[in-house]
Write a protein that binds this ligand. Structure first.
Ligand code: ACO
Length: 316
């Protein structure tokens, strides 16, 4: 299958029912709703319960994406699950999702960890594997249970994260939702800025200000390069789906690119930062709410631990 024949056939999303508001968080750590909203834009996040592992959220999002695409589990021959919170170190959570969905044994299934850029890394990988002609229908999933690696006593990080999953089905073209291109990067020299060091209870540690500065620079670079590669100007981009980490990061990016903030699809107020799930959650919401229409060009752009970053272009 040629690269140009591969489309996003459907999308789906799932978030756990439990919601934790900023006001509730303010009773757990020394913070306020006002501080969280002004510094991040986040108002609430969804949290998975003890019996809601990443695999379960991933499978729910994948089922919705398959239904949307009109593709059956039997037709899927590739599952790539982007996550930094797998159910267990092994087996790969993608294999558990395969079993939950009833995807046949001949499918290739694996996890991929590129933190918050994970969905774009998975999209690029699936695209290349489909273009090889050896696979036909791929499930690309981003799913996270970040609540399991958050230090709930650290106010500088616990206010930022949430749980959830988003998925896309990739397959042969039906003329719309074509992937135009992807571009991935990593700067391992900055790995220490955002990490989960090994320990009795591994938790997220982050140098927030440095991550903020790098995030804006990296996403701007990624956007400029992918636009140049495709002979597009920022003005020709109908909508942008950025990684949902912090509204101020998104506003800075909009300013540097000279794009109105209205073109950015933002749902972090309701979900917080769900890492690899953030872009597919927003993508599904954008499609279902009519924010993206046939003929639109949408830019996806992410950054995350690694530090990884990247961008992708979709023509609807
Ligand atoms: N409530 C109240 N005060 C707080 C809180 C809180 N929740 N958290 C920190 N503060 C205090 C700090 O202690 C500090 O107080 P001090 O001045 O007395 O020392 C003050 O607020 C300012 O702290 P900063 O860290 O300088 O605040 P900043 O404006 O940089 O905002 C934030 C912090 C929101 C973390 C910001 O730096 C940020 O968003 N960084 C990027 C983070 C990010 O996107 N991470 C996700 C990466 S994606 C991935 O791969 C998981």
């Amino acid at each position: 299958m040629a690269h140009s024949d591969i489309c996003i056939l459907g999308t789906g999303a799932h978030v756990p029912a439990k919601v934790l508001t900023n006001h509730e968080l303010a009773r757990m750590v020394d913070t306020t709703d006002e501080w969280i909203v002004t510094r991040t834009g986040i108002r609430e996040r969804h949290l998975a319960g003890k019996n809601e592992p990443t695999s379960m959220m991933a499978a729910a999002a994948a089922r919705a994406a398959l239904a949307d695409a009109g593709v059956t589990a039997e037709q899927v021959d590739l599952i790539i699950l982007a996550t930094l919170t797998p159910d267990q170190p092994m087996p790969a959570t993608a294999c558990l999702v395969q079993h939950l969905l009833g995807v046949p044994a001949r499918a290739a299934c694996f996890d991929l960890n590129a933190a918050c850029s994970g969905f774009l890394y998975a999209l690029d990988t699936a695209w290349a594997m489909l273009a090889s002609g050896r696979y036909r229908h791929a499930l690309v999933i981003g799913a996270e249970k970040l609540s399991s690696i958050v230090d709930w006593t650290d106010r500088s990080t616990c206010v930022l994260f949430g749980d959830g999953a988003g998925a896309a089905v990739l397959g042969p073209a039906r003329g719309t939702a074509r992937l135009l291109g992807t571009r991935l990067y990593a700067e391992g020299a900055h790995a220490h800025l955002l990490c989960v060091p090994r320990g009795p209870k591994p938790v997220i540690q982050m140098k927030g200000r440095e991550v903020f500065k790098n995030a804006v620079r990296q996403m701007e670079d990624a956007v400029r390069e992918i636009l140049e590669q495709h002979g597009l100007t920022a003005a020709q981009i109908s909508s942008v789906i950025p990684h949902q980490a912090n509204l101020r990061i998104i506003e800075s990016l909009a300013q540097y690119l000279g794009l109105p903030i209205e073109r950015f699809i933002v749902n972090l107020d309701r979900y917080g930062n769900t890492s690899a799930a953030s872009i597919p959650l927003a993508l599904d919401e954008a499609r279902r709410s009519g924010r993206v229409r046939a003929g639109d060009t949408t830019l996806l752009v992410a950054f995350g631990a690694g530090l990884t970053y990247g961008a992708a272009l979709v023509r609807w």
